[in-house]
Design a protein. Structure first.
Length: 218
């Protein structure tokens, strides 16, 4: 049964599932909605009013990490490590990557310079912690895992933000820099967003009218 993802075009959380489905060569449908004016049917199926949502027949799943694990399980082979302890560790860092996305969001949208700089400091600290966990070139070594897929949207957005306003968030973090380069070069990651994603994401940052938009000339 072909899975259907519901999202909006710059959502980093649905991007995880899209990357996974591309890696596993699974056919799927994706429907983009306007979260500011969601259709009635979406309100009826999304208990939190958030995306992503995965429809499989009459069943509905929400929360990106749950959706990823379900898709990974029903489309073997699994991209989770086999060792239970390593798998649990990977799950913990997937949760960590979700927090990174939220800090990145704060950095891009903070209204005042002080809040932006605090978000930048917090994000840098988290990235430094992550640097110590990487085996390289990917999180666990050479084999792609769900934790890599979960983290790719961070680096796609960070790469764009750095191109608009250099912040040096990966300076002195060679493993993270290599990880980012490896992930962003994968075709599954490249194809996980709409072609106009850079313009849409920049438009989102500018629309928020925060410090970052002002500093980059938006």
């Amino acid at each position: 049964m072909k899975p259907q993802l519901i999202s909006f075009k710059i959502c980093p959380f649905v991007q995880r599932s899209v990357i996974l489905l591309h890696e596993k060569r699974v056919e799927f449908d994706i429907e983009y909605i306007n979260l500011k004016e969601p259709p009635a049917w979406f309100k009826a199926i999304s208990p939190l009013g958030k995306v992503p949502v995965l429809k499989v027949g009459d069943e509905v799943l929400f929360e990106s990490a749950v959706i990823m694990e379900y898709l990974d399980e029903v489309h073997p082979p699994s991209l989770h490590p086999l060792d239970p302890l390593t798998k649990a560790r990977n799950r913990a860092w997937i949760e960590f990557s979700s927090n990174l996305l939220m800090e990145q969001f704060k950095l891009a949208t903070a209204k005042e310079e002080e809040a932006h700089l605090q978000a930048r400091k917090t994000l840098r600290g988290h990235l430094e912690a992550l640097e110590t966990q990487l085996a390289g070139p990917l999180f666990n070594g050479a084999a792609l895992a769900l934790v890599d897929i979960a983290s790719a949207p961070i680096f796609m957005r960070l790469n764009l933000l750095e191109s608009w306003l250099p912040m040096g968030l990966l300076d002195g973090l060679p493993k993270l820099a290599q990880w980012s380069e490896e992930l962003l070069a994968r075709q599954s990651v490249i194809d996980s967003v709409v072609p106009e994603f850079p313009d849409l994401y920049r438009g989102f940052v500018e629309m928020n009218g925060g410090y970052f938009a002002s500093a980059m000339g938006g």
